[in-house]
Write a protein that binds this ligand. Structure first.
Ligand code: ADP
Ligand code: MG
Ligand code: MG
Length: 203
C-alpha cells in the first residue's frame, strides 16, 4: 500500500528528472512551440518539491495541492493541464492506495487532462503518452505495483517517441500544421518522465 511519503517521493523524483531534462524538453518545444516547456515544468515541479509532505491528511490531499501549485506557478498550457492531472488524481485516490486504486486515480488524472484540453488521442499531446502507459499499467497490474509502473514506464517511453511523426492538432504545435512532424511532442516526453519517476520512487 503506497503512503503519502511514497507519493511525495514520486513527485520529488519527477522534479529531479524534469530538472535534468529541462534543456532537452525546451529544445523540443523550440522546434514546435515556444521554447519554454522545460523551464515551465522545472519551475512548477521545484515549487511542488518544496511542499511539506507531513502537512497533508492523506496522499490525495498532497496530490491536490501539487496540482494547485502547478496551476499557480506555471503559465502556458502545461500548468493547467498537469495541474488538472494531479488534482483529479488526488480527488480520485481513496485511502487504500493499492495497485488498482492507483491505476484508477492515474486514469482519472488523464481523463481530467482530456476534458480540460479537449484533445483526442493522436492529436500529438501528452495524452498520447498518458493513455498508452495507463493501458500497459492495467495489463501488468496483476503482478503488483512495481510491475505495473515498470510496464507503464516502458510503454510511456515508446509512446512519447511515437508522437514524432504525428501532426499536432492541439496546442501551439498545431499552428505549424504538417511542419510539426519530425519532433516528439514535448508534453508527451515530460509525461514519460512521470512514469519513469513513479517506477523508481512510488512502488
Ligand atoms: P505552452 O504551449 O503554453 O508554451 P508548454 O510548452 O509548457 O506550454 O506545454 C506544451 C505541451 O502541452 C505540448 O507539448 C502538449 O503536450 C501539451 N498540450 C498543449 N495543448 C494541449 C491540449 N489541448 N491537451 C493536452 N495537452 C496539450
Ligand atoms: Mg511552450
Ligand atoms: Mg509558453
Amino acid at each position: 500500500m503506497a503512503e503519502t511519503k511514497d507519493f511525495f517521493a514520486w513527485l520529488t523524483a519527477y522534479k529531479e528528472l524534469i530538472v535534468e531534462n529541462a534543456d532537452y524538453l525546451t529544445d523540443l518545444d523550440r522546434r514546435i512551440g515556444d521554447a519554454d516547456h522545460g523551464a515551465n515544468m522545472a519551475r512548477g515541479m521545484t515549487a511542488v518539491a518544496q511542499l511539506d509532505p507531513t502537512s497533508f491528511a492523506d496522499a490525495g490531499a498532497l496530490l491536490k495541492k501539487a496540482g494547485m501549485t502547478l496551476v499557480s506557478k506555471v503559465g502556458g498550457a502545461s500548468g493547467p493541464l498537469y495541474g488538472t492531472f494531479f488534482m483529479r488524481m488526488g480527488a480520485a485516490l481513496g485511502s487504500d492506495a493499492d495497485t488498482a486504486a492507483i491505476g484508477k486515480a492515474l486514469r482519472a488524472g488523464a481523463d481530467g487532462v482530456k476534458a480540460r484540453g479537449k484533445a483526442n488521442l493522436g492529436d500529438k499531446t501528452m495524452l498520447d503518452c498518458l493513455y498508452p502507459a495507463l493501458d500497459a499499467f492495467d495489463e501488468a497490474a496483476a503482478g503488483g505495483l512495481q510491475a505495473a509502473l515498470q510496464a507503464a514506464s516502458e510503454r510511456a517511453d515508446k509512446a512519447a517517441s511515437d508522437t514524432e511523426p504525428m501532426i499536432a492538432k492541439k496546442g501551439r504545435a498545431s499552428y505549424l500544421g504538417e511542419r510539426s512532424q519530425g519532433t516528439p511532442d514535448p508534453g508527451a516526453t515530460s509525461s514519460a518522465l512521470l512514469f519513469k519517476a513513479a517506477a523508481a520512487a512510488l512502488a
